[in-house]
Design a protein around this ligand. Structure first.
Ligand SMILES: *[C@@H]1O[C@H](CO)[C@@H](O)[C@H](O)[C@H]1NC(C)=O
Length: 377
């Protein structure tokens, strides 16, 4: 009898719900990802417990039922830095990480005292076979991101918000880092008020990744372009990466939305790019980008001009897509925006035999504004 009561109390305290599991399935390159699979859900109650569940070697379904606030958990640091983008109050300031100011910005005005939260600088390590999910709209991680590295495999992050990671200071931390991994699905995640990258796939091979239904919110009081739009959006430069970027709402950014390079094949499909004061796609050397079915509204340049990466605007030859994707490419549409200019169809070979996300029309992509981000599934 007593054990029933204890179980009931425990269930009440952590809001256990039979519905606490991953919803839906990844499309595109990370199709087949299972994360923690059928493992019994665990409900961390402290920041330390959350860190342990993410890092240990057991398959886990980790359910967030509240805000995990890491600010203050590792103390603060006060150091000098620099202001390469201007000294106005709307400009981000850089921490002098690894003497970055001295090495790369020797002419930038120095800033004597920057106080930042140390927990933000490095995210929590995530092991293989994990699902990290929020319950309803309760799953919030404040002041720290996550790192999927060291060949971690089979990971799902769904319905979680990452927020308030030293947004005033460049080098104050990223929200989601993937750098040496495989089969990663980032779905219905919201990122806002981040110091550096909202999502970064670093130079190591991250293999198969799907980023879908996310709300990448760059609105900020501190930006490198000093205009309320965050510059450091999505960064994809892995050495052997297949990335599906599907149905995301990417807005109030000013650059790197996304930046693509290394050896990355990117399928950008049905995203809604809104209110970008500089550029969305930055196709650097090694980029192979197919963009179809996206909407650009108030985006100054949909594609940054003059870069060497390869881009195929699917709309330039829709029927030719079918043999590689199984569907004709959907057109991209623009409102008060610059257009995609790439017409390099040589990248289409890369899609042969891969799992490819379906494409809705560009008109349907506008709807992602309402459905993207955490708290919507
Ligand atoms: C993850 O799960 C797979 C499949 O069950 C297993 O082979 C692998 O060893 C697991 N990885 C870790 C680090 O536990």
């Amino acid at each position: 009898m007593q054990s029933y009561i204890i179980a009931a109390l425990a269930a009440f305290a952590t809001s256990v719900s039979a519905a606490d599991g991953v919803k839906g399935a990844a499309q595109g390159f990370a199709k087949g990802v299972t994360g923690g699979g059928n493992a019994a859900p665990v409900y961390p109650s402290t920041t330390a417990e959350l860190k342990n569940y993410l890092a240990d070697s057991s398959p886990r379904v980790i359910v967030l039922t509240k805000t995990f606030d890491f600010t203050g958990t590792e103390g603060t640091a006060t150091e000098s830095g620099c202001a390469p983008w201007g000294t106005g109050s709307a400009c981000q300031v850089a921490i002098n990480k690894d003497n970055w100011c001295g090495n790369y910005q020797p002419k930038a005005p120095k800033v004597n005292k920057i106080t930042y939260d140390k927990a933000g600088v490095l995210g929590m390590t995530v092991g293989s076979n994990k699902s990290l999910i929020g319950q309803g709209s309760k799953g919030v991680i404040k002041g720290k991101g996550v790192r999927i590295v060291s060949n971690a495999k089979n990971i799902i992050i769904q319905n979680v918000r990452f927020t308030d990671i030293n947004p005033e200071y460049v080098w104050g931390g990223d929200a989601i880092t993937v750098d040496g991994a495989d089969l990663v699905w980032i779905d219905h995640v919201t990122t806002d008020l981040i110091a550096r990258q909202h999502i970064v796939l670093g130079n190591k091979a991250s293999n198969r990744v799907t980023i879908s239904n996310c709300d990448i919110n760059g609105a900020t009081g501190w930006s490198a372009t000093c205009d309320g739009h965050h510059y450091w959006g999505i960064y994809l430069t892995g050495s052997n990466d297949l990335v599906t970027l599907q149905k995301n709402y990417i807005h109030h950014t000013s650059g790197r939305s996304p930046k693509v390079g290394g050896n990355t094949l990117l399928h950008a499909v049905n995203n809604y790019f809104y209110a970008n004061s500089q550029h969305a796609f930055e196709a650097d050397s090694g980029a192979k980008i197919l963009a179809e079915g996206n909407v650009f509204q108030n985006v100054k340049q949909a594609q940054q001009a003059g870069l060497p990466g390869k881009m195929f605007n699917g709309a330039s030859s829709p029927a030719s897509c079918k043999q590689y994707l199984g569907h004709a490419c959907a057109r991209n549409t623009y409102g008060s925006s610059g257009a995609l200019t790439g017409t390099d169809s040589s990248i289409m070979n890369g899609f042969g035999g891969k799992n490819v996300a379906a494409a809705g029309t560009a008109e349907s992509a506008k709807g992602v504004q309402a459905s993207a981000g955490y708290g919507k599934i």
